[in-house]
Design a protein around this ligand. Structure first.
Ligand code: G3I
Length: 463
């Protein structure tokens, strides 16, 4: 019997919703480059990100999550201690918030996680349940959560982190009470609740071929032989710069050869903090390696990065002195790792090495959006094509004869004779490397609306 239902809506909505959100957020960055999600869509790949629902209050965080990723994973909101902190008391607030966000932005949702020893409330972990009682507790939890999101969540990490490093089963309340069959039982329960969901076992330190991934491989093979509904394995991929396993592609391939989907579910690649430029470059090369390993294998469904930016990563709390592991930095600016993913997915890899803005690394696009006898509406996009951020941009040009600017938006525009200057406003004043900003204005003219030439960004000429 269903104890809870959600509004039923389509799993995917048109990408126009993402565009609408980007515009309403004032989206300054990467307007001219395809986003990661655009590129991933061309390959049919998941390009996901772990999101904390409460951080969606941060407009820049939400903007990146919506614009760059075609899939989201709840970082914590669907874990047992959050969803069912007391027996029979379900809390959907964070879970629903991110599902609603994903639907508004045409994104898939990857469900994380149903049966895990961590973030498990003590009423389960220390409940002293007999085997049949614990099965009942699991059934109620799994069926309630999976059923609620049956129309919203396509994939589930059903069992998380079942193994020790040596490949033995982890000693958890589930294993102690039910033996290794708790894994098959969990998969069966999830399948019964949503026969369309793709069901995964997820773990860390199983990216390369080693004792732990061997054990996962043996388990997956045996579950498939027994007809248990298992559809994939998640390789979490909490990695360290310089230590992407050389056997990662071969490992993905062997699981794919079983007919399973493989997803890199929680990618981050940490380093000592603060990371040097050299470490960031080495990290970017490691991001490339992970994408190459996935994209070389047909059965690899894609990659999810474990967080939007370095400011919100779990790593410094658990590994003090380490972090800087994600594609966006503490100020939510794209790092070399971002451009490594971009290039691996077929993009141009963003700004190459160069002297940076202030030395002419900028380009300007001038678009007549609407024109009538004695007026016109103009959009100007200025792009930082250098490698350094421009904090406080100012674009100058000479107004063509016979034209007068009468109003402007998304920039402060001033005129001194024929000299015009547009400056960024509070929310778009920083232009990251590869980023762009679009502002607009209306002109009065005397029958012609020719574009000016000779734009300068902070005193240096632009293309
Ligand atoms: O919500 C409480 C808050 O009320 C309290 O004031 C605060 C004080 O510490 O803690 C908050 O809970 C934290 C929670 O994240 C939500 O932010 C926990 O302390 C903290 O331990 C928890 O960390 C999460 C961790 O899983 C728990 O094991 C991380 O955010 C999350 O990124 C991490 O994700 C895991 C995956 O689920 C599984 N694979 C490994 C990965 C990294 O550890």
């Amino acid at each position: 019997m269903k104890t809870t239902t959600r509004r039923r809506t389509a799993r995917f909505l048109a990408p126009v919703f993402a565009l609408a959100l980007a515009l309403s957020a004032g989206s300054p960055a990467q307007a001219e480059d395809p986003s990661l999600r655009d590129l991933a869509d061309r390959h049919g790949l998941r390009m996901g990100v772990a999101v904390s629902a409460h951080l969606l209050d941060n407009a820049r965080y939400a903007e990146i999550a919506a614009e760059q990723y075609n899939s989201v994973t709840h970082e914590n909101e669907l874990k047992w201690e959050t969803v069912q902190p007391q027996r029979g008391q379900f809390n959907w607030s964070g879970g629903d918030r991110l599902v609603d966000f994903a639907q508004a932005n045409g994104q898939d949702v990857y469900g994380h996680t149903l049966v895990w020893h961590s973030q498990l409330p003590s009423w389960v972990a220390d409940g002293g349940f007999s085997a049949p009682e614990l099965e009942g507790v699991m059934e109620e939890h799994i069926s309630t959560v999976v059923d609620r999101y049956a129309d919203d969540i396509s994939h589930w990490d059903v069992v998380n982190e079942a193994f020790n490093e040596d490949g033995s089963f982890r000693d958890t309340v589930f294993y102690r009470t039910l033996g290794e069959d708790y894994i098959a039982t969990s998969l069966e329960m999830a399948h019964a609740a949503d026969p369309d969901a793709r069901l995964f076992i997820n773990d860390y330190n199983v990216e390369g071929i080693n004792a732990k991934s061997d054990a996962l491989y043996e388990l997956a093979s045996s579950l498939l032989d027994r007809g248990v509904p298992l559809h994939g394995v998640g390789l979490q991929s909490h990695l360290i710069v310089g230590q992407v396993p050389s056997s990662m592609q071969a490992n993905i391939q062997r699981f794919a050869d079983l007919g399973l989907e493989v997803v890199v579910t929680e990618l981050d690649i940490r380093t000592n903090t603060p990371a040097s430029e050299q470490q960031l470059q080495a990290q970017a090369a490691d991001y490339t390696r992970v994408f190459q390993a996935c994209m070389a294998v047909d059965g690899c469904g894609g990659v999810t990065v474990w967080g939007v930016g370095d400011a919100n990563s779990w790593i410094p709390d658990v590994f003090p002195g380490q972090g800087d592991a994600l594609p966006y930095d503490h100020q939510y600016q794209p790092k070399p790792a971002y451009w490594a993913m971009h290039e691996a997915l077929g993009g141009d890899g963003g700004p190459g090495p160069g002297p940076g803005p202030g030395d002419g690394d900028c380009s300007v696009t001038y678009t007549v959006v609407n024109r009538w006898n004695q007026g016109a509406v103009i959009d100007v996009t200025v792009r930082n094509t250098g490698t350094a951020a421009v904090d406080g941009w100012s674009l100058a040009w000479t107004r063509p004869a016979g034209q007068q600017i009468t109003s402007a938006w998304n920039a402060t525009v001033t005129q001194d004779g024929s000299a015009v200057t547009a400056e960024g406003v509070s929310w778009n004043r920083t232009l990251p490397p590869g980023g762009s900003v679009t502002f607009g204005f209306q002109i009065a003219h005397q029958g012609q609306a020719d574009a000016p030439s000779g734009f300068e960004l902070n005193g240096a000429a632009c293309d």
